[in-house]
Design a protein around this ligand. Structure first.
Ligand code: GLN
Length: 476
């Protein structure tokens, strides 16, 4: 049992003066402190969080409006620019960097009274699937300390399951919200590309980066999305949210009128037999509850991972070029001139994975290889988009596992990047195509959680959350 009730209930009690924001913040900070050995949190935002809590409590006393998330503590992945702490993206090159402004998502949450209490650990610059690529520490899985929490939002997922806060924010470029949600037993929501502003979030691959919540329930995910989804002048790729918003409502619950396609490729390629059985058991429960379920095939899916690992590093190599020792965080103290400063700062400041991606990205974008790699990958991406569009002419939603396995041992793939990349085999296509997807808990195998993934067409986030909340109830 969690110490936190539903987000909407907490906010309502704060609004009525039945709960004090100050106590909620203290409770979150204590739980963070008590669970330090999981290394889920890089920094706490104590002073600012306490000040904001007192301000909210005072406003309640004066009968002033305090917002839909009044007093609700949350934790942000440390690639969100926030006041009150450094923003490092878990990279040495950003150590000492204090953001001059806050990300739009954080601002929107604060405007509704939510309180950021800490910054969560991640794979540096969100490159990874296990948080082992953090330059600072490896987060441990809340269910088994010898296992990874998934990544790259591993600290966010672990913090929610360790009960440090009612929700956390993550980013998902190729699966980084859904995968750790699956490994830790949380709900992880990846919105339609552009639904949440990327302004003030450290960029990884700008054409696939999205921001979303990690929560314990679908209802909580919907409440948070409803606040952060908005068109934003600071991010030209943002889209207008759906008119009715994202909070769950009863009219979304007609499961029997929806057709769900089980992705054949995800149920066959290299999937752990126990994970497969667990997903099949969930499918049976859904059928028994009246869902119409068919098998669908998207033949280009096996190409998605290779395609992603060309496009993603290409964009990473460009996005990381701004960390040159002159503008953000770390600047090498022994540099004798500007060139020297670039070289020394980047050589020492970036970890192995960031360097690997800079090299791969620069290579696939170079004039001699652009056509052979980058252009080909973009063609495959277009093909994937076509296949998803066609498939969504015949079914309303897609279903499959979030990952082919449950959380693995810390160190198992740490020295084998290709094995690590395979962890993402069931999540990356969604990012390339820009559609929304959610991972919800589907039971456990040997005490380790399994994630079930549901995918909808672009701009159908509201329907997806409605479906997910029913599926959550049925398979629980
Ligand atoms: N694990 C994937 C990668 O390493 C996805 C990362 C992410 O979504 N941020 O690229």
């Amino acid at each position: 049992m969690s110490q936190w009730s539903a987000i909407a209930d907490i906010a309502e009690k704060v609004q009525k003066g039945e709960l004090k924001a100050e106590n909620l913040v203290a409770q979150a900070l204590k739980t963070i402190e008590d669970n330090q050995d999981f290394s889920a949190v890089i920094a706490t935002i104590e002073d600012r969080a306490k000040e904001r809590a007192i301000e909210i409590d005072n406003r309640v006393e004066r009968n002033e409006a305090v917002g839909r998330l009044a007093g609700v503590p949350f934790i942000a992945k440390d690639n969100f620019l926030t006041f009150g702490s450094e923003t490092t993206a878990a990279s040495n090159i950003l150590k000492g960097f204090e953001a001059p402004y806050q990300s739009t998502a954080i601002q929107r949450l604060e405007a509704e009274g939510a309180i950021c209490v800490a910054k969560a650990n991640l794979d540096a610059f969100a490159h990874g699937s296990s948080t082992e690529n953090s330059d600072f520490m490896t987060t441990k899985n809340p269910h088994d300390k010898t296992k990874v929490p998934g990544g790259s939002s591993g600290g966010s997922a672990a913090s929610v399951i360790l009960d440090m806060a009612p929700f956390a924010l993550g980013t998902d470029t190729g699966g980084s919200i859904r995968l750790p949600a699956a490994f830790c037993g949380a709900v992880g929501y990846k919105p339609t590309y552009g639904l949440v502003s990327r302004s003030g979030v450290v960029a990884m691959a700008s054409s696939t980066d999205v921001i979303g919540p990690l929560t314990r329930t679908v209802e909580d995910a919907a409440v948070v999305l409803d606040v952060i989804a908005a068109k934003d002048a600071l991010d030209g790729t943002t889209i207008e949210p759906e008119g009715d918003g994202y909070a769950l409502s009863p009219e979304l619950s007609a499961l029997s009128s929806k057709k769900i396609g089980v992705i054949k490729e995800y149920m066959s390629d290299g999937i752990d037999v126990k994970v497969k059985a667990q997903i099949e058991a969930a499918i049976t429960k859904l059928k028994d509850a009246g869902a119409e379920i068919v098998e669908v095939s998207l033949p280009s899916l096996p190409l998605a991972l290779a395609c992603y690992y060309i496009i993603c590093p290409a964009e990473v190599s460009s996005n990381l070029s701004r960390y040159d020792g002159q503008r953000y965080g770390f600047s090498h103290p022994e540099a004798k001139n500007l060139d020297d400063s670039y070289n020394l700062t980047r050589s020492e400041g970036f970890g192995t994975e960031a360097k690997r991606r800079i090299m791969i990205g620069t290579y696939v974008l170079s004039s001699g290889y652009y056509d052979a790699y980058y252009k080909k990958a973009q063609q495959v991406r277009t093909k994937l988009i076509d296949e998803f569009n066609k498939t969504f002419e015949t079914v309303d939603f897609l279903l499959g596992p979030t990952a082919p396995m449950t959380a693995f041992e810390i160190g198992k793939h740490a020295n084998d990047p290709l094995e690590m990349y395979l962890t993402d085999i069931m999540t990356v296509a969604v990012n390339l195509v820009g559609v929304p997807a959610i991972s919800i808990p589907a039971g456990k195998i040997d005490n380790m959680p399994v994630g079930l993934q549901l995918i909808a067409p672009q701009h159908k986030d509201r329907d997806l959350l409605g479906l997910a909340s029913q599926v959550e109830r049925i398979i629980a």
